[in-house]
Design a binder for this molecule. Structure first.
Ligand code: GTP
Ligand code: MG
Length: 370
């Protein structure tokens, strides 16, 4: 079950910590500011704090406490979300391109692809896989710092001719810290004289034990440019996804994470969001970070207009009031009033953070916002 500290709950309700402790005491729960309480108790406290606070805070509690409103029986299988990481020039982009070309659905759509930060491919067995187009290590760190867990697994690309390098190690550490499984893709095996065994040995030094050495980490030898074993890599991903038994409730208000965003000359603020729970529908009102708006249009990575988007689907949304920051969450809400309320609440929190950063007189703005 998900938990939240008393202090954090107080922060989210913009209430004093002491008041929350008192409310808990009245409910028969003894807790200090640093102690954690479960989602149900948190919800009761939120209700205790009355209507206005409840409306603002409840959605934040919902966002923060993953799964708090989803019964097991509502959950349905969803595609895995995969991030490709690895050292510079080891072939991450080439591999993503190759996997994208292997998408059976892309050909049906006439191959009109546009660049968005995440996309979904349909693999030959009919299942789907969502790839996050290399957020880079810095973006990954920033997302984790914001508490956004977007990826279900990491595909670690290691070039066979170069072996384990500093950013390979960094990626391993990220995956471990985020507690997500890793699949090793030993790339560039088409190059003459390369030695994949060396890569396996080097990985061993970083506690990554691949299957051929008796470990549990799946590995696939691939060539992104020569398109060798891409099907095997997709199979490994699908197998890992089955083991993880990934589920989400499609029949609820949509919730997810902003993957990237930009201000488009003609279209205004455009955000690529990953729907993680529920289903987002065109015309709905969403809050994304501290921005909000009615979803005027929704497009997939092939440029197709969508009416709805379910769990694990990345979509571009148009209609927001401003450009939200990558890594922030988004949620569909019932009306404009609530959207304004949440957005005001978040902008106030943002201002508080900024002024706190100012007072503290250290660190960059970006660091404080992370
Ligand atoms: P950064 O984004 O800069 O970190 O690099 P990257 O990991 O995305 O690597 P990228 O895909 O740009 O590939 C780097 C170079 O390696 C390019 O010149 C690719 O053509 C080459 N390359 C990628 N995959 C393969 C492969 O399987 N075989 C061979 N021979 N070359 C490859
Ligand atoms: Mg690249």
């Amino acid at each position: 079950p998900e938990t939240i500290t008393v202090q954090e709950l107080a922060n989210r309700m913009a209430a004093r910590g002491g008041e929350v402790v008192k409310a808990l005491f009245r409910m028969g729960v003894m807790a200090t500011l640093t102690q954690s309480i479960d989602a149900d108790t948190a919800e009761l406290v939120v209700q205790e704090f009355g209507h206005r606070v409840k409306r603002v805070a409840e959605s934040d509690v919902e966002i923060g406490l993953e799964g708090a409103t989803d019964e097991d029986t509502d959950l349905e299988s969803r595609p895995p979300v995969v991030t490709i990481m690895g050292h510079v020039d080891h072939g991450k982009t080439s591999l993503l391109d190759a996997l994208r070309k292997a998408d059976v659905a892309a050909h049906e759509a006439g191959g009109i692809t546009q660049h968005i930060g995440a996309y979904q491919v349909t693999v030959p067995d009919g299942s789907r896989v969502t790839f996050i187009d290399t957020p880079g290590h810095a973006a990954f760190t920033a997302m984790r710092a914001r508490g956004a867990s977007v990826t279900d697994m990491v595909v670690l690309v290691v070039a066979a001719d170069d072996g384990v390098m500093p950013q390979t190690i960094e990626a391993i550490n990220h995956a471990k810290a985020a507690n997500v499984p890793l699949i090793v893709a030993v790339n560039k095996i088409d190059k003459p004289g390369v030695n994949p065994d060396r890569v396996r040995q080097e990985l061993l030094q970083h506690e990554i034990v691949v299957e051929s050495l008796g470990g549990e980490t799946q590995e696939v030898e691939v060539s992104a440019t020569q398109k060798i074993n891409l099907d095997k890599l997709l199979e490994a991903i699908t197998l890992q996804a089955e083991l993880l038994d990934l589920r989400a409730n499609p029949d609820r208000a949509a919730e997810g994470t902003v993957i990237e965003s930009k201000l488009d000359r003609g279209r205004g603020p455009v955000a690529t969001v990953l729907v993680q729970k529920g289903t987002l529908k065109q015309g709905e009102i969403v809050v994304a970070g501290a921005e909000w708006g009615r979803v005027r249009a929704m497009l997939d990575d092939k440029g197709r207009q969508l009416k709805s988007a379910g769990p694990s689907l990345p979509v571009e949304i148009l209609g927001l009031s401003g450009v939200p920051t990558a890594g922030e969450n988004f949620v569909a809400v019932e009306d404009e009033g609530r959207a304004r309320e949440i957005s005001d609440f978040r902008q106030r929190k943002l201002r508080e953070k900024v002024s706190a950063a100012h007072t503290a007189g250290r660190g960059t703005l970006a660091e404080m916002l992370a």
